[in-house]
Design a protein around this ligand. Structure first.
Ligand code: FAD
Length: 339
């Protein structure tokens, strides 16, 4: 295993931002993951697990520890069960399953990043989330230094959440994920955008649905297409906030336009962060120096070219302050900040 020094992280992120990692190594096996952790410990350094860098903002000063880049590869299929190594590209795995007629992840086409990161924030889009199909997560447990197999029920999945990014953040390094998919299954058409494309009575194939999802994503600047400036983002920069019903009623009472909302259980409602950002004065295409908002998606903060992490964070702070002031809602960042 090769440990490199002072590796610039910007090219490893979809925002193309970030300073150097003091140490950087690619782990290709479970054993190399363990070796990397030992390397960091021997030098009393923190370590960070890097997948595709698509949910990540690396600070300009970089990271004074070891970045472990997940390079584990391979897909093993046993009927409808697919055990996929953490370093496989997620979107390639979606195509792999769809081409073989397996349903369950077709609406998650076009999401960048790696398989190993999907359980971390319970990746979801267009009416599906990985928590519905994950049966097992294999991980290196840095507390016991052993490889463990966690059943889905042990992973604490919720909206953009799991034990990997909450109560046990940093403890597990996911090395493989097993998904249970449905052979010859019907595609999921629960999302309004998809229902419009495929009205009741039509019976699209899994391929048609996953391709349509990619098209819709591209239209919103949510598909990574080389050379498109709107793509230099980390996806949605803010989570959809959940507020008490009474708080929602106050916002709706004050607002000039109808405020969209979705039930979130126990007298609470989820508000679209995009609506709040837009109505706090930040339309698509808004710019602030080298940072800005995608011209096709209000929630995607972008690097307009040569932006620094500080530029993006300053824009995020300006947006958060305006939303707090106008609606009394505290927006939470979705991407992880490193450094
Ligand atoms: C254009 C665009 C569109 C997007 N659309 C969506 C969307 O529709 N839905 C959605 O949910 N997300 C979306 N995202 C966010 C992102 O793609 C997902 O969060 C993705 O799962 C991140 O994967 P990654 O490999 O790039 O993780 P990274 O950005 O490399 O890492 C993210 C976090 O996960 C941790 N991590 C990564 N791999 C592992 C591992 N093997 N073990 C333990 N921890 C790990 C990292 O340490 C870090 O904390 C989008 C991003 C972009 C840029």
């Amino acid at each position: 295993m090769h440990f490199e020094e002072f590796v610039t992280l910007a090219p490893y992120t979809t925002l193309h931002i970030g300073g150097p990692a003091r140490w950087f190594a690619e782990a290709r096996t479970d054993e190399e993951v363990a070796e990397a952790v030992r390397f960091a410990r021997a030098r009393a350094l923190p370590f960070f697990v890097l997948g595709g860098g698509s949910n990540l903002l690396v600070r300009d000063a970089g990271f004074a520890g070891l970045v472990i880049h997940m390079g584990l590869r391979g897909i093993r299929q046993d009927e409808g069960r697919f055990a996929v190594a953490a370093g496989e590209a997620w979107d390639s795995f979606v195509s792999h399953a769809v081409e073989r007629g397996y349903a369950g992840i077709e609406c998650l086409a076009g999401i960048p990043g790696t398989v190993g990161a999907t359980p971390v924030q319970n990746v979801g889009a267009y009416g599906q989330e990985v928590a519905e199909t994950i049966v097992r997560v294999r991980a290196f447990d840095t507390k016991t230094d052993k490889i463990v197999d966690l059943a889905a029920a042990e992973c604490g999945f919720a909206y953009r959440r799991s034990l990997f990014n909450s109560v046990k953040r940093g403890r597990y390094i996911v090395t493989a994920v097993t998904y249970a998919l449905r052979a010859a299954g019907e595609p999921r058409l629960s999302y309004a955008d998809l229902q419009r494309r495929f009205p009741a009575g039509t019976r699209p194939t899994l391929e048609e649905v996953s391709e349509t999802v990619r098209e819709i994503r591209q239209g919103k600047g949510m598909l990574i297409v080389e050379g498109e400036p709107d793509c230099r983002s980390a996806g949605s920069f803010f989570k959809n906030p959940v507020v008490e019903q009474a708080h929602y009623a106050r916002i709706a009472g004050d607002a000039a336009a109808a405020v969209p909302s979705y039930p979130a259980g126990e007298g609470r409602v989820k508000l679209p962060a995009a609506w709040l950002v837009e109505h706090a004065g930040f339309p698509k295409g808004y710019t602030m120096g080298r940072a800005g908002i995608s011209s096709r998606h209000t929630l995607a903060l972008i690097n307009r070219g040569e932006a620094t992490a500080d530029d993006v964070l300053a824009l995020a702070e300006r947006i958060k302050a305006a939303v707090r002031e106008k609606f009394g809602v505290e927006l939470e960042m979705e991407p992880v900040v490193l450094g």
